[in-house]
Design a protein around this ligand. Structure first.
Ligand SMILES: [Zn+2]
Length: 316
């Protein structure tokens, strides 16, 4: 990880502080500048004082003349507060525009989050209803008209994840509405922990082909499909299941004749869970713990087959 949680502010996003107004009334920075080169009598020429009569003007001017040092200090404090306000507002505006920019990026884009604070990062973990744009993308591929799951029950999630190359990347998932908050929380926790997830793109990038997606080690969730080799609906069909780093955590089935089926096949070398290798999901590990804490079960705990990439929640 290139940064630590909670460190740094978004000051690097500061743009032009001069573009913002002040919140400090007549003790504005502009007012201070005017005063700096003015004679005491001219102080009364500030706009808000202009409406007053001559004696009032004189009175104010006299009052200030009596306390030049105090007034100077007060104005200085005010100027500092104003500058700090401006910096804060500018930083917020900069962060908002950067967040909006990242929201438009395609999945798998690399983003530089160095120096970002927790709140700004959090804004990049969110769920949306399926938009027309997403519908156009998934319809006829991972989604089709059916009696099991309505489009309105699904959510499109955008997250950040730490790639295996240490770069922060934009991820996307479609899940059932009832687990969308769980998945967002899990993904945010994994991200802050620097847990590596190589890529997280809709299966549309693989023409909806789950095997291709797994071979590419793509983390994905919703796909309206049957369990391989059966006509039974997978929990992925309801957006209630997610596969994490599938190449390193394959599906393993020991057939009755003793032969072993591994999917994806290219993940065969990771079928033996006694050996040590990176990106392995195992009981007691961070990924396992987070999903279990959120009420998911792990395919690696199944007895008939083992699906080490798979977490699911039952019931919709
Ligand atoms: Zn799965």
């Amino acid at each position: 990880m290139r940064w630590k949680k909670g460190t740094g502010m978004i000051l690097s996003l500061c743009l032009c502080a001069a573009a913002f107004g002040t919140s400090c009334g007549k003790h504005s920075a502009k007012g201070q500048e005017e005063r700096a080169g003015s004679q005491p009598g001219e102080l009364a020429k500030e706009p808000e004082d202009a409406a007053g009569g001559p004696s009032e003007e004189q009175g104010q001017a006299d009052g200030r003349q009596d306390k030049p040092a105090e007034q100077g200090l007060e104005d200085l404090r005010c100027q500092e507060e104003t500058a700090a306000d401006q910096d804060a507002q500018t930083a917020l505006a900069g962060a908002s525009s950067k967040i909006a920019e990242i929201k438009e990026l395609p999945s798998y884009s690399i983003v530089d989050m160095a120096g970002w604070d927790e709140t700004s990062v959090h804004a990049l973990f969110y769920a949306q209803e399926i938009s027309d744009e997403i519908y156009a993308k998934i319809n006829g591929c991972s989604y089709r008209q059916n009696e099991d799951i309505a489009l309105s029950e699904l959510r499109y999630l955008r997250v950040l994840h730490m790639g295996m190359d240490g770069e922060t990347r934009v991820g996307e998932l479609i899940v059932h509405e009832s687990v969308s908050q769980d998945i967002l929380e899990i993904m945010e926790a994994l991200y802050w922990a620097g847990y590596p997830i190589e890529k997280m793109r809709l299966v549309e990038y693989y023409e909806g082909d789950d095997v291709k997606s797994m071979e590419d080690n793509n983390t994905s969730a919703f796909n309206y499909r049957a369990i391989a080799g059966t006509d039974k609906r997978s929990n992925h069909s309801y957006g209630m299941a997610i596969d994490i780093n599938p190449l390193y955590n394959p599906y393993v089935k020991v057939r009755s004749d003793g032969s072993v089926m591994v999917s994806p096949q290219s993940g065969s070398r990771y079928a033996d869970r006694e050996t040590d290798f990176p990106y392995k999901i195992e009981r007691g590990g961070l990924c396992y713990n987070l999903f279990v804490e959120h009420g998911f079960t792990w395919g690696g705990d199944w007895s008939s087959v083992k699906d080490y990439q798979h977490f699911e929640k039952s019931g919709t």
